[in-house]
Design a protein around this ligand. Structure first.
Ligand code: ADP
Length: 973
């Protein structure tokens, strides 16, 4: 018997409600409403009455049912029709056959305006816009209809892609006819371009859109700005410096993602994995987030149709064995339809797919090459899958981008890399740019930048993006605390600690001297969580973990923790610290303040890596906690992040135990215990230094005693600096007997230079300091100045130094008689630096060696140098390899050196010198009484030049070699 639609609605009410709401998502209800709106069955006011924010989903659905019931039979019929389209299987065919006409068409209405069209096409438009919200917003902004605030409001991460699409449509409606037209045209255009792929594989296109919008939602905002203030990545992202090892020409320039993934700098064309490495806080995750965002916005890497982003931190909690298909779909984006087809598409088109893995160092297991699998349907533990993906034995041809700290990148991994790039943090102009982006008020930005200029130690710290973020975030504290008072990393982290407490303080006045004591509970709870996490390689915390450490809601509200999206804990909340370095800092505070951590915890933090490796086989760091409250954590594996994190924590411990902070602890812990811990830390540092010194081999006869720094040497130096303990520095240096300190490839940036200078200035005798292949830069050079009086030779090859840095260096060393040699091969020097060297040469008559190879010095620069050389009686070595001095420059130099009694070695290799230059050089051979070697290879000297040199040699008994490799073609001339 036929049943009236209204009756049916009453009869099946429970069933309909269940179908619409049982999934817990508001999506079905909203889609039904879209259709009713499109058909004019519901008005905007009706919608507002149904979709009441904050009200339970079931209540909203009931409200809709009541509404359509009261509107009458036609409404009910249209409602059923809409439900059938949204949930074709949910209510069964019988439901519709029992009397309702499910085929009722939309009411035909003449369409006059774009705004009307926007409404009648709403269901369709919501679907289509989901995958291209970014693009639609872009055209709306470009056409002047939307502001960036409009866009931000629409793209808040709390909204699903379809909700974002609805918000966009609602907003466009309020902007009027021409905005509606822009959207309709945009959708039409993007549909046309997609239609070919859609025709061949519609499910794939749908999936691609879903993936794109989920990647977009995940990457839109920066998480360090916490849950309250949303900072769009687009607004704050600042380019970071990059270095391609073995490609000195491109060092430090910022590269686009296409270039990074492409063939430039490849070391293994068969490999598919690009690694971006950098220290904690150097901006790796943010850089990868930027890659995701640009891809999702259609602005980069569009050759890849699919991008699957993974976080190794989150993958750690996946306990199940998974196949690649499960890994992709369950951890990144679930295909609503056609899983098999989509996966087959991926297998068939690997070159159209990109995987990214953030933070490989945080994976519980170290990279291993042993367990090979190559079948995508085979299930395996996540780490095994991941390593096989990186190696390429699984899903060969899919490009992978991995980020990691350098410590985790061993030879086993290196051999599978297509290329490796190093992220080097912000350049000086990057710092400037970041600060200006961070502060909307230009005056405020200018003040922050001014205070950084006045404190170069702090400026040096700001090369690290995470520190630059803290300094900008705490600008009020920064400007209020007096010039130069922030010197160490610990100073900066204490500032942000105070900042967070101040921010959440109920009393909005300046905090009292007892600010730490007032917040001690929070510090200890979060500190314990952080400490246990560091000792157990945990970076994501469940509610249970938090309860164990006594972390309360109000502790969470302070802002140090953010909610984490851990897939395996989908239904329960979990948290992580804003940044790993903040976790290390809170762990360090706990190590100092907790009465339950003793001195043994301190000494284990300072244990050197080699010794620790031995110890780890037997015991673990967590076991040194002697409290009954704190569980001993027995680790099965040591992760790759463990040592660096312990070292960062130890660095903070050193800083916090500095004399300067002792009075801060008086109210918060046992003074006796803190005193003991301080002594312990000092002892560990002093022992660590001595251990290094003992490893210095005896010099070969005739050579200088040289110490090649082990990686931990720089870390120990940094700890001493953080402690600001000059007695310790002096004591350590009094035991160092080397004449040459080799610190090449030690990842030394400005911060390390500050620490090195602080400690090395106490050396008894002058040494050579070799800092080749680091990232010293101009700020680093400035930081080194305090120890230049004990430096006789400074080697700074390949360090991104400009004329500016040289100016400051020479101003200082001009007065230091010990300083006799400098090597600056492969920096960014131009003619502007040569006037400083010229001055140095004129002034210092015991200066021995100047090497300026592979810079940008031209004839003008050579002329400047020649001015200095004319007055110099001491220089023995002059290297200008790989510049552009040409004949003119060579002639000027020859003129200045022709009667030299000191020059022994001169190199003008690769300088575009022709025969005229060579003829000029002949004069030095002829007249100088000291020259032994002259290098002129890779120039354009012809027979005339060679003959002149040969003639000159006949008159000279000092010269041992003149090197000339003349291209055959030129010889023939
Ligand atoms: P890493 O992954 O190397 O530890 P992150 O990418 O997490 O470092 O950076 C830490 C913080 O520094 C970020 O949350 C952000 O606030 C800031 N930051 C890093 N890189 C940039 C960048 N390129 N532009 C703007 N801010 C950045």
């Amino acid at each position: 018997m036929a049943c009236l639609p209204q009756e049916l609605l009453l009869k099946r009410r429970a069933e309909i409600l269940h179908a619409l709401c049982s999934g817990g998502s508001v999506e079905h209800l909203e889609r039904v409403i879209d259709m009713l709106l499109a058909q004019g069955e519901l008005g905007w006011e009706d919608c507002q009455n149904v979709l009441v924010p904050g009200r339970a989903l079931y209540s909203n659905a009931r409200q809709l049912l009541d509404l359509v019931y009261t509107k009458g039979a036609d409404s009910c019929e249209l409602f059923f029709n809409a439900v059938k389209q949204v949930l074709p299987e949910a209510l069964g065919d019988a439901f519709f056959l029992s009397g309702c006409h499910s085929t009722l068409d939309y009411k035909e209405k003449p369409q006059r305006t774009s705004t009307e069209e926007l409404l009648t096409q709403r269901p369709d438009l919501v679907l289509k816009l989901q995958g291209c919200i970014d693009g639609a917003l872009r055209v709306l902004v470009e056409s002047g209809h939307f502001s960036s605030t409009d866009c931000d409001g629409i793209q808040l991460p709390i909204y699903t892609p379809s909700q974002q699409a609805r918000r966009l449509l609602d907003h466009v409606r309020s902007k009027g006819e021409s905005a509606s037209l822009v959207v309709l045209q945009y959708v039409q255009q993007s549909l046309e371009s997609e239609s070919s792929l859609e025709q061949t594989n519609p499910k794939f296109v749908k999936y691609q859109k879903k993936l794109r919008s989920s990647v977009s939602a995940q990457s839109r905002f920066l998480s360090t700005y916490g849950g309250t203030s949303h900072m769009p990545l687009d607004d704050i992202y600042t380019e970071v410096q990059m270095e391609l090892p073995n490609n000195s020409a491109d060092n430090y320039k910022s590269m686009g993602f296409e270039e990074i993934i492409g063939p430039v700098g490849s070391v293994n064309d068969d490999a598919d994995t690009v690694l971006a490495s950098g220290e904690a806080g150097s901006g790796k995750s943010t850089w990868l987030q930027r890659l995701h965002l640009l891809w999702s916005q259609g602005k980069a890497l569009q050759d890849f149709l699919l991008l699957f982003p993974f976080s190794c931190r989150r993958l750690n909690s996946e306990q199940r064995d998974l196949s690649v298909q499960e890994l992709l779909f369950q951890h990144c984006c679930w295909p609503d339809r056609g899983q098999e087809e989509i996966f087959q598409f991926i297998l068939d088109h690997p070159h159209l797919v990109l995987f990214t893995f953030d933070g490989l160092d945080e994976l519980k297991q170290s990279f291993a090459d042993e367990h090979r699998i190559c079948c995508p349907s085979q299930r395996a533990p996540v780490d095994v899958l991941l390593f096989n993906l990186i190696q390429g034995s699984l899903m060969k041809g899919v490009r992978k981008v991995v980020t990691s700290r350098p410590e985790a990148v061993g030879p086993a991994l290196k051999k599978h890399l297509h290329k490796e790039i190093h992220l080097k943090g912000f350049s000086l102009s990057g710092i400037d740019c970041f600060v200006r982006k961070h502060h909307s008020d230009p005056n405020e930005a200018a003040k922050v930048l001014e205070s950084l200029q006045a404190n170069t130690a702090l400026l040096g710290l700001c090369h690290s993006p995470v520190l630059c973020w803290i300094v900008s975030q705490c600008h009020k504290e920064l400007l209020g605390c007096g010039e130069g008072s922030l010197q160490t990393i610990t100073d900066v982290y204490l500032m942000i600690l105070q900042h967070f407490f101040q921010h959440h303080s109920t009393v909005k006045s300046a905090m009292g001297v007892n600010w730490l004591q007032e917040n001690l509970g929070t510090v200890l709870h979060l500190g314990q969580l952080a400490f246990e996490g560091i000792s157990n390689s945990s970076y994501i915390f469940s509610v249970t973990d938090m309860e164990t450490c006594g972390v309360t809601e109000s502790d969470i509200c302070m802002g140090f923790l953010i909610q984490s999206k851990d897939m395996s804990l989908a239904n329960s909340k979990c948290y992580e610290f804003l940044h790993i370095t903040l976790q290390c800092f809170l762990a360090a505070l706990f190590a100092i303040l907790s009465r339950n951590t003793g001195c043994s915890a301190i000494s284990k933090l300072f244990e050197l890596q080699e010794m620790k490796k031995k110890r780890l086989r037997g015991t673990c760091f967590g076991a040194c906690l002697n409290s009954t409250n704190i569980p001993n954590i027995v680790k099965e594996h040591s992760t790759m992040a463990e040592t660096p994190n312990l070292q960062i924590t130890a660095t903070f411990v050193s800083g916090l135990l500095s004399q300067r902070y002792q009075k801060l602890w008086v109210q918060c812990s046992s003074s006796v215990l803190v005193e003991k811990k301080t002594k312990q830390a000092e002892k560990c540092l002093s022992k660590g230094m001595q251990q290094h010194f003992r490893s210095i081999p005896q010099p070969v006869q005739g050579e200088k005693k040289s110490m090649h720094a082990m990686p931990e040497f720089v870390w120990l130096i940094k700890c001493i600096y953080e402690m600001q303990n000059s007695r310790l520095a002096k004591d350590a240096m009094s035991k160092l007997e080397a004449e040459h300190l080799k610190l090449t490839y030690c990842n030394i940036g400005p911060v390390e230079c500050t620490a090195l200078a602080y400690v090395l200035q106490h050396l008894k005798n002058p040494v050579g300091i070799q800092l080749d292949n680091n990232s010293v830069g101009d700020v680093g050079v400035e930081q080194l100045l305090p120890c230049m009086h004990i430096c006789n030779s400074l080697y700074l090859r390949n360090n991104n130094i400009t004329d500016e840095g040289i100016h400051k260096l020479i101003d200082k060393v001009i007065h230091l008689q010990n300083f006799q040699k400098i090597a600056l091969f492969n920096n960014r020097l131009t003619d502007a630096c040569t006037k400083h060297f010229s001055y140095l040469l004129k002034t210092r008559q015991n200066f021995l060696s100047l090497r300026l190879g592979n810079n940008n010095i031209t004839a003008e620069g050579a002329k400047q140098l020649a001015e200095g050389l004319k007055f110099n009686r001491s220089l023995q070595y002059l290297g200008l390899w790989g510049n552009k001095i040409g004949n003119e420059g060579a002639e000027a130099l020859a003129n200045a050196l022709q009667n030299s009694e000191s020059i022994v070695w001169l190199s003008l290799v690769g300088n575009g010198v022709g025969s005229a230059g060579a003829c000029a050089m002949s004069n030095i051979i002829r007249n100088s009484t000291s020259l032994e070697e002259l290098w002129l290879t890779e120039n354009c000297i012809t027979r005339t030049g060679v003959e002149s040199l040969t003639q000159a040699l006949k008159h000279n008994h000092h010269v041992k070699s003149v090197c000339l490799a003349i291209p055959l073609q030129q010889q023939a001339n």
